[in-house]
Design a protein. Structure first.
Length: 93
């Protein structure tokens, strides 16, 4: 129960701060994200909710997030290596 209360408090705090300071958060997001995901100042509600969920989860369960990111990176690297290997095996001539 304590984790839920802490998560809700962190969620509300991050959401309110993101929503109030959107003019400074939006350019930072646009620099960090690829072109397809850039907000260009729009979607304040969507990005505020997304950042609040991620931020609150990182505050409450940091090890789970770290392990999930690590697993995603390992799977991505394996996929990248397999794709490179498959492209070397395919004769494109």
């Amino acid at each position: 129960m304590t984790q839920i209360v802490i998560w809700l408090i962190a969620f509300v705090a991050i959401f309110v701060l993101t929503f109030q300071r959107w003019e400074s958060v939006s350019p930072s997001l646009d620099r960090a994200l690829p072109g397809l995901l850039k907000s260009h100042g729009d979607n304040r509600l969507l990005w505020g909710l997304s950042l609040a969920v991620l931020g609150a989860t990182v505050l409450v369960r940091p090890v789970d997030i770290l392990l999930t990111v690590l697993l995603a990176v390992i799977i991505g690297l394996i996929g990248w290596k397999l794709a490179g290997w498959a492209m070397n095996k395919v004769d494109l001539h």
